[in-house]
Ligand binder design. Sequence first.
Ligand SMILES: Nc1ncnc2c1ncn2[C@@H]1O[C@H](COP(=O)(O)OP(=O)(O)OP(=O)(O)O)[C@@H](O)[C@H]1O
Ligand SMILES: [Mg+2]
Length: 240
Amino acid sequence: MSAYPLLDVDGIDSGYGETQVLRELSLSIDEGEIVSLVGRNGAGKTTTLRTIMGILTPTNGHIGYRGEDISALDATETAKRGLAFVPEGRQIFPELTVRENLELADYGGSPDSDSISVGEALEMFENLQARAGNAGSSLSGGEQQMLAIARALVGGADLILLDEPTEGLAPYIVRDVMDIVRELNERGITVLLVEQNVHVCLELADRNYVINQGEVVYEGTSEALRNDEEILDKYLGVTA
Ligand SMILES: Nc1ncnc2c1ncn2[C@@H]1O[C@H](COP(=O)(O)OP(=O)(O)OP(=O)(O)O)[C@@H](O)[C@H]1O
Ligand SMILES: [Mg+2]
């Protein structure tokens, strides 16, 4: 165990211009964990990921990564250190083939990570292997999600920030995406999983943070959250 968490978000405020969204938000992730940030529509989940990645800069508080203060770094710099953000809606290159999408991702990342090669990524994602020469636009929603995750791996991610990876996918594809998240975690990649779907979090995550109106209102293991009817009902709209 190292002396500090892999990611240490400490009391950050963040938002858009005059609009403050996050209020003294703190969370931490140890290397090798899957941690979820779960909350309703508009709670501030994407804003949290954007701020960690360096697309937004916190106006207060600090973000530490491997003990280094990365609060003021932009997304290019955080990517060099091994952070990768897979945004909502995937954002792959529709006109490029699957293989080209992966090849383009094959730069940057942290120099000391065991980056996954394009070939290894294609082996890991069978659906992509079969469509390596097809345009990104020809993929289904689930396959585009897989490709977006594969791009992060090829790019040398150590910590992957996944923004609602199961949103809008058919239940059996949600299973596939969950299997992939487990598999990449088994390969040593740490995961911050953002979801509205608490069931996905409870199944995948070691620990969960519940976010409401820009604040963390709960932290607990999946076992604890599963049994906390009040939190589930109050913040996640799940009735027992
Ligand atoms: N570019 C922006 N400019 C101004 N306000 C924004 C911007 N993006 C988001 N917001 C506001 O910030 C708040 C939090 O939004 P955010 O996208 O972080 O929520 P979220 O938890 O990711 O929601 P969802 O589940 O719908 O993706 C919302 O009130 C939203 O309207
Ligand atoms: Mg969002």
